[in-house]
Design a protein around this ligand. Structure first.
Ligand SMILES: [Zn+2]
Ligand SMILES: [Zn+2]
Ligand SMILES: [Zn+2]
Length: 452
């Protein structure tokens, strides 16, 4: 049954909101919005439109101390991050330390010794990697290493290339694993992430990986890699699993649902962000792959790999829907441009005039990153990368950041350039960090959540 719904005019909406707010002065935006839809069930209004009207009418309570003008407790529309307890920073760099700035900005890295222009600040291998799709395709065609992503060409000695351990003489012919590794070292290291995504060892993962590839959803692939790693670490060593969990749960996070909820266009009527069909399908395939395979044979194979259960709180965060959406949000916010997730690198904040750059210099081209200083960095100065093309103007940069799910950039350069535009009489929003906009979900999903 379709009921015909109408979009109220500005005046109608304003009157309705004023009256609701005056009889319920302490309610926040989401609750007022819910009330509005209850009392005017024929109306089509997005929560964002409600919010905007309440803000314009001065009906939103004072902003919180972090400059966050949204009222929903615990649902700040900005990515939040935590310090990783007991992180051994020294294994990457002795010149850099982790600093917690504030709730809004979260953590970052600052120099504790002077760094000179051109210096290699550190090198890092990924925590997990969901490589760009052309490399992924080479992996499933047995033409690139399934651990370090290096394509098998003249640089890799063919005589050292090894197969997935499951490809033994008695392996079932139906789901042969195509994974190949540069050498025994890469093969050994892959035991930390490969088995649960191996078509032969865990056939229940095939539909998930097939669909992920089809729609090119990078964050989903990354979350699958991560889940595999966390579950396998737990089989190897509980302490290792806890360390991995701390790393994962300290990553900057924002649920995919929150990202969409806070970025709905005024005209957008799909306010039920949590019920996006693509997300539901992804979740279903994910659960089938890691928790409840459809067939009994597949279930048996999964149990072989996953004997020791994860701690209940980890189990819940990974396999309940909300946690799953948070996981996707974490992946898309933290992946490096080529699909790797790097523990130390993920601490870096954005600035439109960065002082370091991330390069892929090693033979293992996608895998290992090298952080290089673009200019001298003084003690106490923050290390910044840019998430956008720094050649673009302030408008282009802000748009690009929006697509990544970040709020407006308020770096010195942006504030200055925005002011210049306004001084010239151009219409440009105040760059004050209080707005959070993102064009549309579809674009984001197609962009592979993080790789544009
Ligand atoms: Zn390799
Ligand atoms: Zn395999
Ligand atoms: Zn900026």
């Amino acid at each position: 049954m379709s009921t015909s719904r109408v979009t109220p005019t500005d005046i109608e909406l304003k009157e309705a909101l004023k009256s609701l707010k005056s009889s319920n002065p302490t309610l926040g935006v989401p609750k007022i919005h819910a009330l509005l839809l209850q009392t005017h069930s024929e109306w089509l209004v997005s929560e964002k439109r409600t919010r905007k009207f309440l803000q314009n009418e001065g009906l939103v309570l004072s902003a919180d101390p972090n400059g966050n003008s949204f009222q929903d407790k615990g649902k700040a529309p900005y990515p939040s991050s935590r310090i990783i307890p007991n992180l051994d920073v020294g294994k990457w760099s002795t010149k850099v330390e982790v600093k917690y700035f504030n709730k809004r900005k979260g953590k970052g890295l600052v120099a504790k010794e002077k760094i000179v222009e051109g210096e290699t600040v550190w090198k890092e291998d990924p925590f997990i990697i969901a490589p760009e799709w052309d490399i992924y395709d080479l992996q499933v065609q047995s033409n690139a290493c399934s651990h370090c992503t290096t394509p098998f060409s003249s640089t890799v000695s063919a005589s050292l290339v090894t197969s997935c351990p499951s490809t033994s003489s008695f392996a079932s012919s139906s789901n042969n694993c195509p994974a190949r590794f540069c050498n025994r070292l890469c093969q050994a290291r892959s035991a930390k992430h490969h088995p649960l995504l191996c078509p032969s060892q865990n056939p229940a993962s095939i539909p998930l990986m097939k669909w992920t590839r089809e729609i090119q959803w990078l964050a989903l692939h990354a979350l699958a890699q991560l889940t595999s790693r966390l579950m396998l670490a737990n089989q190897i060593d509980t302490k290792l699993a806890e360390e991995d969990w701390r790393t994962y749960s300290s990553l900057a996070q924002m649920s995919l649902a929150d990202r969409v909820k806070y970025s709905l266009n005024d005209t957008d009527t799909h306010s039920d962000a949590v019920n996006q069909p693509g997300w539901k399908k992804a979740f279903e395939l994910y659960i089938q792959a890691f928790r409840h395979p459809v067939s009994a044979t597949d279930q048996k194979k999964l149990i072989k790999l996953y004997k020791k259960p994860l701690k209940p709180e980890i189990e819940r965060e990974l396999f309940e829907y909300d946690g799953f959406l948070r996981g996707l949000g974490r992946m898309s916010l933290n992946l490096e441009a080529h699909g790797g997730l790097y523990t130390f690198h993920s601490h870096l904040n954005h600035c439109c005039s960065p002082n370091i750059s991330v390069r892929h210099l090693d033979r293992m081209s996608l895998y290992r990153i090298t952080i290089i200083a673009l200019r001298d960095i003084q003690v106490g100065e923050e290390l910044n990368v840019t998430y956008v093309n720094p050649q673009g103007g302030v408008r282009a940069r802000q748009n690009e950041l929006e697509q990544w799910g970040f709020g407006k950039c308020v770096c010195e350069r942006c504030v200055r350039e925005a002011k210049e535009l306004r001084d010239k009489g151009e219409d440009f929003d105040n760059v004050n960090g209080d707005t959070f906009e993102m064009k549309d979900l579809e674009k984001e999903l197609k962009a592979g959540l993080g790789v544009l």
